[in-house]
Write a protein that binds this ligand. Sequence first.
Ligand code: UD1
Length: 428
Amino acid sequence: MRERFRVRGGARPVGAVTVVGAKNSALKLMAASVLAEGRTTLTNVPAIADVTIMAELLRSLDVDVDYDPAAGVVVLDVPETVGHRADYRLVRALRASISVLGPLVARTGQADVAVPGGDAIGSRGLDLHTAGLEALGAAVHVSHGYLIAEAPHGLTGTGIRLEFPSVGATENILTAAVLARGRTRIDNAAREPEIVDLADLLVAMGARVSGAGSSHIVIDGVEALQPTSHAVIPDRIAAGTWAFAAATTRGDLEIVGGVLEHLRAPLGALERAGCTVEPTDRGFRVAAGPARPVAFDVATLPYPGFPTDLQPFAITYNSVAAGSAMVTENVFEARFRTVQELARLGADAQVDGHHVMVHGVRMLSGAPVEASDIRSGAALVIAGLVAEGETLVSGVHHIDRGYPRFEEAWRALGAEVSREPDEEPWEG
Ligand code: UD1
């Protein structure tokens, strides 16, 4: 059943909100578990549909997965022999399925992973993953919509320089190289905290990895890895969402479990715009100043730059801020799905190539809008809170992918957000 959020504008959320474990880390750690035979336990795993899909994908590879969403625990019991085919049905539902590529080639000598949208080798999106595996000695080709990587005699370490610090490619090369013969060096590696979390898991499994979190990662391959237990890092994008929520709605939030160091660029920008940002015993606090928020320019970049996943929140913030601002997207192409929906709420924002020019208005006005992905959906809920009247946000299943029980978190902060069936008059 389709659902929507009913959001009443005008509240200034105040209180404490707890950040869940990082979706983008949990999924990769689950995939990496296949590197070691035996039981790996992950804790602080978020209760979201993507984890359920990754669990199903790993079960299809003969891994016994026990996922307890309420406890935030996933236990993965990996057999001596694992499968190597990631089915199209699951990959289509979860693009992050591509993260089984590295672990499967390393562990089984073969990975057949359906390619989302039928991407061909060399297409922007997977070229760095495949070039990395080829450099490690795998033969890679596409057949019937599947990316097939084969290394029947194992992989061999080498130097790999990424043209762009892709998060996914860095992860797949890292997880493949841990069982390769000899030394691999990844230059221009992605530096995101999720890469560090993955490297920490691998080291706990017995891998020899150094430099994760910098642009140069060195991996000395080992014969085999052992299962382990590991807690997923807090979700920096969820923490950043709450930080922008406080700034946009003129609220005051303690973000429990939030890691300030993971959000230097966005929090620094909010501080310069007049917010109070300070560490607390349990995380950090973001409190808006008494005046209207002040517009600021944003340009997304790989970590430690401003995260592309927070870009919709920057647009939403600027749409009600005093002044005008330019938001530039440098990581993904044409990723401005928030803009046309914000326009329904009365925002003044124009897309020009990879820029959005936003002129702040004093007040948005409530209207029906449609979430089309996780982050733009959450940004529309925040927009609804600074709109006059009621905003109906459809496509709640997108928001649920990143924010478990989002409406309950809002209500605990004094904001009126409720979930209801989405009746579409033109249906039936
Ligand atoms: C991950 C995150 C996503 C985040 C992004 C950037 C997950 C599940 N998703 O995505 O939320 O927005 O990092 O922080 O962790 N590219 C290529 N060739 C490749 C790989 C990537 O050209 O082989 C390009 C992409 O088209 C994109 C850019 O590089 O324009 C960034 O992609 P990447 O860093 O790989 O992001 P993901 O790992 O897909």
